[in-house]
Design a protein around this ligand. Structure first.
Ligand SMILES: Cc1cc2nc3c(=O)[nH]c(=O)nc-3n(C[C@H](O)[C@H](O)[C@H](O)COP(=O)(O)OP(=O)(O)OC[C@H]3O[C@@H](n4cnc5c(N)ncnc54)[C@H](O)[C@@H]3O)c2cc1C
Length: 312
């Protein structure tokens, strides 16, 4: 991963007419990888798929979970094959539901998902930019009032030919803020645009009988701190160890406290609006806290990490 990605060393905060401030991970994040690793989603998925298959796993695409329930000591899962709409019932001794924020497993088992959501969506665009920005930093530009715009380099998949103008991800709670930035010019049309809602929620239960929850199916929070995918990977890692040692009953205890801590900290950082102006940049230490909180995995992804996968 390290050979295929770009380490981001920190964040620069700027505001017109004021000196820029920087927060660098080195010296703040005491870890052997004191940075956030930008890695293409395509690369991340390829590496995970190869590792899974090398471990004897088989990925079946185009199969939808339409329901599940505990029956005696097993889990009955109902599946739909998207190619011919055929149905299949599979009995498993346990399942790990990692079916994302709108988890079918969570809904079918009526697991409560308490928390809150921001009323207005944030806006995101990946587009080629002509910019003086250093590529190994995230850049937060404060506009007037509470408005800000965030830039981070999107890392190319190494199998793709290098692009003439690098792609940047631009995120802002407001639309069309890019036009207000003097020395940043679009060098082409966006390759992806989206609006996303920010929510902070965590499952009331991480285990119902022999169904366990991981990733966004168990917890969601804002992308600040780049922890969402990493937290899910940690869930899966811990779960696999508990399966091997036949201690799965410990999963909820082990993960819920950690995941809840990250969601809570994330919510505090985002709700306290550390963005108001560059003089308040030190408040972003909260984000650094997030980066290191309970983390056994430093690398994060930056490209396309929110493009929803499709099972059909
Ligand atoms: C703008 C933005 C930036 C982000 N940046 C980062 C970052 O830099 N670093 C980071 O760590 N995290 C980041 N995140 C968070 C990260 O994207 C998510 O936490 C992560 O994708 C969750 O992974 P997951 O596998 O749990 O769920 P998902 O990625 O939602 O995957 C769920 C999968 O299950 C499939 N599925 C759903 N329902 C069914 C069903 N019924 N049957 C079969 N399959 C089903 C879906 O098709 C999908 O493939 C970001 C999020 C946003 C919004």
């Amino acid at each position: 991963m390290l050979a295929l990605g770009l380490p981001f060393r920190g964040v620069r905060f700027s505001q017109r007419g004021k000196p820029a401030r920087e927060l660098l991970f080195k010296g703040q994040v005491h870890h052997k990888y004191p940075f956030i690793l930008g890695l293409s989603q395509a690369t991340t998925e390829r590496l995970l798929a190869v590792a899974f298959e090398n471990a004897g796993g088989k990925i079946e695409r185009g199969v939808e979970l339409i329901g599940c329930r505990n029956e005696a000591k097993t889990v009955l899962t109902e599946l739909r094959h998207c190619s011919d709409n055929s149905r299949e019932t599979v009995f498993a001794s346990w399942i790990l539901a990692a079916d994302g924020a709108h988890s079918t497993a969570r809904k079918t088992l009526n697991v409560d998902f308490p928390g809150s959501s921001f009323e207005k969506p944030w806006h995101l665009a990946d587009l080629p930019l002509s910019t003086p920005f250093e590529e190994d930093l995230g850049h937060v530009l404060f506009l007037d009032g509470n408005r800000f715009i965030f830039f981070i380099r999107v890392i190319d998949d190494i199998t793709e030919p290098p692009k003439q103008n690098p792609i940047w991800r631009v995120i802002s709670p407001q639309e069309n803020t890019l036009e207000e930035i003097a020395d940043v010019e679009p060098a082409g049309a966006p390759i992806w645009k989206s609006a996303f809602h920010i929510s902070h929620r965590i499952n009331r239960q991480f285990q119902v009988g022999n169904v366990f929850f991981a990733g966004d199916a168990a917890h969601i929070h804002s992308p600040i701190g780049a922890r969402g995918m990493n937290l899910g990977l940690e869930d899966a890692n811990i779960f696999s160890r508990l399966v091997t040692s036949r201690q799965m009953r410990r999963y909820e205890d082990l993960r819920k406290t950690v995941d809840k801590g990250v969601v809570k900290k994330n919510r505090t950082v985002v709700a306290n609006r550390p963005w108001r102006n560059s003089n308040e940049a030190p408040h972003m230490l909260g984000a650094i806290e997030l980066a290191r909180a309970n983390s056994a995995v430093a690398p994060a992804i930056s490209e396309n990490c929110y493009r929803p996968g499709s099972f059909c």
